[in-house]
Design a protein around this ligand. Structure first.
Ligand code: TYD
Length: 130
Protein backbone atom coordinates (compact mmCIF):
# COMPACT_ATOMS: atom_id res chain seq x y z
CA UNK A 1 0.00 0.00 0.00
CA UNK A 2 1.92 3.01 -1.20
CA UNK A 3 1.76 5.89 -3.62
CA UNK A 4 4.40 6.02 -6.36
CA UNK A 5 5.29 9.14 -8.29
CA UNK A 6 6.04 8.72 -11.99
CA UNK A 7 8.12 10.76 -14.35
CA UNK A 8 6.24 13.37 -16.35
CA UNK A 9 7.48 14.07 -19.85
CA UNK A 10 6.41 17.65 -20.43
CA UNK A 11 7.08 20.27 -23.03
CA UNK A 12 5.19 23.05 -24.78
CA UNK A 13 2.87 20.39 -26.32
CA UNK A 14 1.68 19.18 -22.92
CA UNK A 15 2.36 16.33 -20.52
CA UNK A 16 2.87 12.60 -20.96
CA UNK A 17 3.20 9.84 -18.37
CA UNK A 18 4.23 6.34 -19.52
CA UNK A 19 3.75 3.24 -17.37
CA UNK A 20 5.08 -0.21 -18.20
CA UNK A 21 4.17 -3.58 -16.66
CA UNK A 22 6.77 -4.89 -14.22
CA UNK A 23 8.72 -1.63 -14.43
CA UNK A 24 6.45 1.17 -13.25
CA UNK A 25 3.53 -1.05 -12.26
CA UNK A 26 4.59 -4.10 -10.21
CA UNK A 27 2.52 -6.70 -12.11
CA UNK A 28 1.51 -7.72 -15.62
CA UNK A 29 -1.51 -5.64 -16.57
CA UNK A 30 -4.35 -7.87 -17.78
CA UNK A 31 -7.24 -5.45 -17.50
CA UNK A 32 -7.97 -1.76 -17.20
CA UNK A 33 -11.15 -0.02 -16.20
CA UNK A 34 -12.00 3.54 -15.35
CA UNK A 35 -14.59 5.22 -13.22
CA UNK A 36 -16.06 8.63 -13.99
CA UNK A 37 -19.34 10.52 -13.63
CA UNK A 38 -19.52 9.79 -9.92
CA UNK A 39 -20.38 12.21 -7.10
CA UNK A 40 -18.59 13.48 -3.98
CA UNK A 41 -21.13 11.90 -1.63
CA UNK A 42 -20.94 8.45 -3.22
CA UNK A 43 -18.34 5.78 -2.65
CA UNK A 44 -17.26 2.83 -4.76
CA UNK A 45 -15.25 -0.29 -4.23
CA UNK A 46 -15.95 -1.47 -0.68
CA UNK A 47 -14.47 -4.88 -1.35
CA UNK A 48 -11.24 -6.81 -1.40
CA UNK A 49 -9.74 -9.38 -3.75
CA UNK A 50 -8.17 -12.77 -3.13
CA UNK A 51 -5.67 -12.49 -5.98
CA UNK A 52 -6.09 -9.29 -7.99
CA UNK A 53 -3.61 -6.45 -7.57
CA UNK A 54 -4.81 -3.02 -8.61
CA UNK A 55 -3.01 0.20 -9.42
CA UNK A 56 -5.16 3.31 -9.15
CA UNK A 57 -4.49 6.62 -10.87
CA UNK A 58 -6.69 9.73 -10.87
CA UNK A 59 -5.89 10.73 -14.45
CA UNK A 60 -8.25 13.70 -14.08
CA UNK A 61 -9.70 15.40 -11.01
CA UNK A 62 -9.24 14.05 -7.50
CA UNK A 63 -10.51 11.37 -5.16
CA UNK A 64 -9.54 9.60 -1.96
CA UNK A 65 -8.90 5.90 -1.51
CA UNK A 66 -9.00 4.26 1.91
CA UNK A 67 -7.05 1.01 2.12
CA UNK A 68 -7.42 -1.33 5.07
CA UNK A 69 -5.28 -4.44 5.58
CA UNK A 70 -7.35 -5.58 8.55
CA UNK A 71 -5.06 -3.83 11.03
CA UNK A 72 -4.31 -0.40 9.59
CA UNK A 73 -6.58 1.89 7.63
CA UNK A 74 -4.93 4.65 5.59
CA UNK A 75 -6.64 7.24 3.40
CA UNK A 76 -4.68 8.38 0.36
CA UNK A 77 -5.32 11.49 -1.74
CA UNK A 78 -5.14 10.82 -5.45
CA UNK A 79 -4.76 14.32 -6.80
CA UNK A 80 -2.26 14.20 -9.63
CA UNK A 81 -2.13 12.12 -12.83
CA UNK A 82 1.52 11.17 -12.30
CA UNK A 83 0.95 9.25 -9.04
CA UNK A 84 -0.46 5.75 -8.61
CA UNK A 85 -1.61 3.76 -5.58
CA UNK A 86 -1.00 0.03 -5.31
CA UNK A 87 -3.78 -2.03 -3.74
CA UNK A 88 -2.50 -5.49 -2.89
CA UNK A 89 -4.72 -8.58 -2.60
CA UNK A 90 -6.47 -9.01 0.76
CA UNK A 91 -6.64 -5.27 1.27
CA UNK A 92 -10.08 -3.72 1.65
CA UNK A 93 -10.48 -0.65 -0.60
CA UNK A 94 -13.00 2.17 -0.68
CA UNK A 95 -12.88 5.00 -3.23
CA UNK A 96 -14.63 8.19 -2.13
CA UNK A 97 -14.69 12.00 -2.21
CA UNK A 98 -14.65 12.05 -6.00
CA UNK A 99 -14.44 15.48 -7.61
CA UNK A 100 -17.12 15.81 -10.32
CA UNK A 101 -14.42 15.73 -13.03
CA UNK A 102 -12.59 12.72 -11.58
CA UNK A 103 -11.55 9.95 -13.94
CA UNK A 104 -10.08 7.12 -11.87
CA UNK A 105 -8.06 4.69 -13.98
CA UNK A 106 -7.49 1.24 -12.50
CA UNK A 107 -4.90 -1.20 -13.85
CA UNK A 108 -5.50 -4.79 -12.72
CA UNK A 109 -3.35 -7.90 -12.62
CA UNK A 110 -6.21 -10.31 -13.44
CA UNK A 111 -9.13 -10.62 -15.79
CA UNK A 112 -12.52 -9.85 -14.29
CA UNK A 113 -13.72 -12.71 -12.13
CA UNK A 114 -16.57 -12.28 -9.69
CA UNK A 115 -15.18 -15.20 -7.64
CA UNK A 116 -12.08 -13.12 -6.83
CA UNK A 117 -14.14 -10.58 -4.88
CA UNK A 118 -14.63 -10.51 -1.10
CA UNK A 119 -17.66 -8.26 -0.62
CA UNK A 120 -18.35 -8.87 3.07
CA UNK A 121 -16.10 -7.04 5.53
CA UNK A 122 -16.51 -9.78 8.16
CA UNK A 123 -15.42 -12.43 5.61
CA UNK A 124 -12.46 -10.20 4.71
CA UNK A 125 -11.40 -10.01 8.39
CA UNK A 126 -11.69 -13.82 8.60
CA UNK A 127 -9.55 -14.21 5.46
CA UNK A 128 -6.75 -11.91 6.66
CA UNK A 129 -6.68 -13.78 9.96
CA UNK A 130 -6.04 -17.15 8.24
P1 TYD B 1 -18.42 -2.65 -9.30
O1 TYD B 1 -17.60 -3.78 -8.78
O2 TYD B 1 -19.71 -2.36 -8.64
O3 TYD B 1 -17.53 -1.33 -9.29
P2 TYD B 1 -16.78 -0.64 -8.04
O4 TYD B 1 -15.67 -1.54 -7.66
O5 TYD B 1 -16.27 0.66 -8.54
O6 TYD B 1 -17.80 -0.43 -6.97
O7 TYD B 1 -18.65 -2.88 -10.85
C1 TYD B 1 -19.77 -2.37 -11.54
C2 TYD B 1 -20.15 -3.33 -12.66
O8 TYD B 1 -19.12 -3.40 -13.63
C3 TYD B 1 -20.38 -4.73 -12.15
O9 TYD B 1 -21.66 -5.16 -12.63
C4 TYD B 1 -19.33 -5.57 -12.79
C5 TYD B 1 -18.79 -4.74 -13.93
N1 TYD B 1 -17.35 -4.86 -14.11
C6 TYD B 1 -16.85 -5.56 -15.19
O10 TYD B 1 -17.60 -6.13 -16.01
N2 TYD B 1 -15.50 -5.63 -15.36
C7 TYD B 1 -14.64 -5.04 -14.51
O11 TYD B 1 -13.41 -5.12 -14.70
C8 TYD B 1 -15.17 -4.33 -13.36
C9 TYD B 1 -14.25 -3.67 -12.37
C10 TYD B 1 -16.54 -4.26 -13.22
Amino acid sequence: MSISEHRVWGDERGMLVALESMIDVPFDIKRIFYIYGTHPELYRGNHSHYKTKQYLIAVNGTCKVTLDDGENKITYDLNTPNCGLLQEPLVWGVMHDFSPDCVLLVLASEHYDDADYIRSYSEFIQEVGK
